[in-house]
Ligand binder design. Structure first.
Ligand code: SF4
Length: 299
């Protein structure tokens, strides 16, 4: 009898141990999966869960979101962080309506051509929504493959073409099994082969893991410093957006000036929000969320 493959071991473990997450349920639409992937990229699962449900209750398909304003997308995004994702997700919905009749495309090249959809998201949607065989490589998968196959303690900060090749080599040939394995690799990296404290004792691939076999000690500290938030431009942007999200009419600059005392930093943060398409000036001295209200005069 042949030994089970790496993918088989991880997939079996996944079927027994995967977290019960609503975007993994049968019958979830490709749009709902796309939304979950965008939200999950920089936000923990526990914060994404209520936001994902609320988003889909309001905009159950791309056409619904495309018909609404960027401002409403930013409002609904709430405090998930990195709110440019909300604007890009709406742009993506508009493109899906215009190019694909409102249906999330299933071809990888068409997914990759959508606004805000990168290498990871396109492959995640193709695999998890359409059951296709593509390597789906995020930080967690890179770490699992790096440790188990290459025997290195951690992967680099960004996905390289070689990472896609390494992950693809582990996938079963059959598309549905490959899609399952992709989800399983991600889950293993998220809850067992974690950056700081891999739980090798309960890992389904402990017996074949190159890093474990090397006898190296588990990492003892964070591989990356947690990002500072207090005092950063991100915090100031969040405060400014918080005021604008609550407003029902353009907000005078003097009101925004109250959120942060450092003039230089506050002005820089506000200018960044305008550049990023999240906020727009109204007249000489007021601001609003992008597209919030009647169109601005041109020129
Ligand atoms: S045995 Fe340990 S290091 Fe290897 S894949 Fe499993 S958790 Fe990660």
């Amino acid at each position: 009898m042949t030994e089970p493959t790496f993918a088989t071991l991880v997939s079996r473990w996944y079927e027994e141990n995967a977290r019960d997450l609503p975007w993994r349920e049968r019958g979830v639409s490709p749009w709902a999966i796309l939304v979950s992937e965008v939200m999950l990229q920089q936000t923990p699962v526990v914060r994404v869960l209520p936001a994902w449900q609320a988003w889909l209750a309001r905009w159950p398909d791309p056409a619904a979101l495309a018909a609404d304003t960027p401002a409403e997308a930013i409002r609904m995004w709430g405090r998930l962080g990195y709110p440019r994702r909300a604007v890009r997700l709406r742009e993506c919905a508009v493109a899906i309506v215009e190019r694909h009749g409102g249906q999330v495309p299933d071809r990888l090249d068409q997914l990759l051509a959508l606004p805000g959809v990168g290498t990871y998201t396109a492959r995640a949607v193709a695999a998890f929504a359409y059951g296709q065989r593509h390597p789906v490589v995020d930080t967690n998968v890179r770490r699992v493959v790096c440790r188990a196959v290459a025997g290195e303690p951690d992967a680099g900060p960004t996905t390289r073409p070689a990472d896609l090749v390494a992950a693809e080599e582990l996938l079963p040939v059959e598309p549905a099994a490959a899609a399952l394995a992709s989800a399983a690799f991600m889950e293993l990296g998220a809850i067992v082969c974690t950056a700081r404290a891999p739980r090798c004792g309960i890992c389904p691939v402990e017996s074949v893991c190159a890093w474990r076999a090397s006898g190296q000690a588990a990492p003892t500290g964070p591989t990356r410093r947690p990002q500072r938030y207090a005092g950063t431009d991100r915090q100031v942007r969040g405060l400014l957006l918080g005021v604008l999200r609550e407003a029902v009419s353009p907000v005078p600059r003097q009101r925004l000036d109250q959120v942060w005392s450092d003039d230089v930093q506050r002005s820089r943060a506000l200018a960044g929000l305008v550049t990023d398409g999240l906020v727009e000036p109204v007249g000489e001295a007021s601001y609003r969320l992008a597209g919030d209200g009647p169109p601005l005069p041109v020129g």
